[in-house]
Design a protein around this ligand. Structure first.
Ligand code: B1M
Length: 232
């Protein structure tokens, strides 16, 4: 073992989280898996590990990607490391035993291959008691329409991370309108470049800033739906 090798187990929580940010930056998958397991063993909740160690680490990666310090191959390694941590947390988040609240179909729009945020939303929705059908990345409108017909969900979720792909959400919603389907579903949209105004402009029911907001918004719509059914 090299003298300067870091023993993750020996670090304090704060140092370990800091180290995980560095390891995510360096795309070190196994270290991220180890760090995730150690924090779990120390009693951290899956949600705190997700937000404080993984999402925060990816935020730092995003800054240096934007500034031309990191490039696509490096960021891909970071993304893979992040996904490895998320894979460990996923069953724990889904295991809450929450009663079934509804069903959501979610996918990243055509032209866009970013899926970490979408996956995170899917995981948190499962944890809150939703059945989630994940359409993956790069979805043309046909994929969404087929999935709506096949799965009959309560909610359609769309994700976009690029300013060039986010307008495609309007294509999907407009097509739903043309086919008379729009009002059959709650449409939620999200992704880093979006905002409230954009959500309204494309005709979505709501813009969700992050996965926690997506869960709260989805629950809120399901409550309203049940109240309407009870009243009608
Ligand atoms: Co990309 N990329 N990328 N990238 N990438 C961004 C988005 C960028 C902002 C980086 C930058 O310049 N600062 C920039 C976009 C600029 C713009 O459009 N204005 C960018 C670019 C330019 C590109 C390429 C064009 C680079 C190139 O090829 N030259 C290329 C495009 C590929 C394509 O899609 N066609 C590209 C490629 C890639 C990688 C493949 C290397 C990799 C993706 C790997 C993967 O996803 N499997 C990647 C990554 C990792 C990023 C950054 C660094 C991180 C994204 C991420 O995972 N964040 C990103 C920088 C950034 O966003 N600041 C960047 C962590 C994640 C948890 O957050 O996805 O925002 P986020 O999700 C949040 C919320 O937004 C929300 O909840 C999530 C959880 O809280 N949310 C939803 C997301 N979807 C939702 C759906 C909902 C609700 C909420 O539905 C209901």
């Amino acid at each position: 073992m090299a003298d300067d090798e870091i023993i993750l187990e020996d670090l304090s929580d704060e140092e370990l989280v800091q180290q995980m940010h560095d390891d995510l930056y360096d795309g070190l998958k196994e270290e991220i898996e180890d760090g995730t397991r150690i924090l779990l063993k120390r009693g951290w909740t899956p949600y705190d590990i997700l937000t404080q160690a993984l999402v925060e680490g990816m935020r730092i990666v995003g800054i240096d990607f934007r500034d031309g310090i990191l490039f696509v191959p490096e960021v891909l390694l970071s993304a893979n490391a992040m996904k490895a941590g998320m894979t460990i947390l996923r069953p724990l988040l889904a295991e809450t035993g929450a009663p079934k609240l509804g069903k959501m179909v979610i996918g990243t729009v055509k032209g866009d291959i970013h899926d970490i945020g979408k996956n995170l939303v899917g995981m948190m929705m499962e944890g809150a008691g939703f059945d989630v059908v994940d359409l993956g990345i790069n979805n043309p409108v046909e994929n969404y329409l087929e999935a709506l017909e096949r799965e009959q969900p309560d909610i359609l979720g769309m994700s976009a991370l690029l300013t060039t792909t986010m307008p495609y959400m309007k294509v999907v919603i407009d097509t739903m309108k043309e086919k008379g389907l729009r009002d059959d579903y709650v449409v939620l949209v999200g992704g880093a470049p979006l905002n409230e105004e954009f959500g309204k402009a494309v005709g979505a029911d709501a813009y969700c800033r992050d996965a926690a907001v997506a869960v709260e918004t989805a629950k809120d719509y399901m409550r309203r739906k049940h109240n309407q059914l009870a009243a009608g």
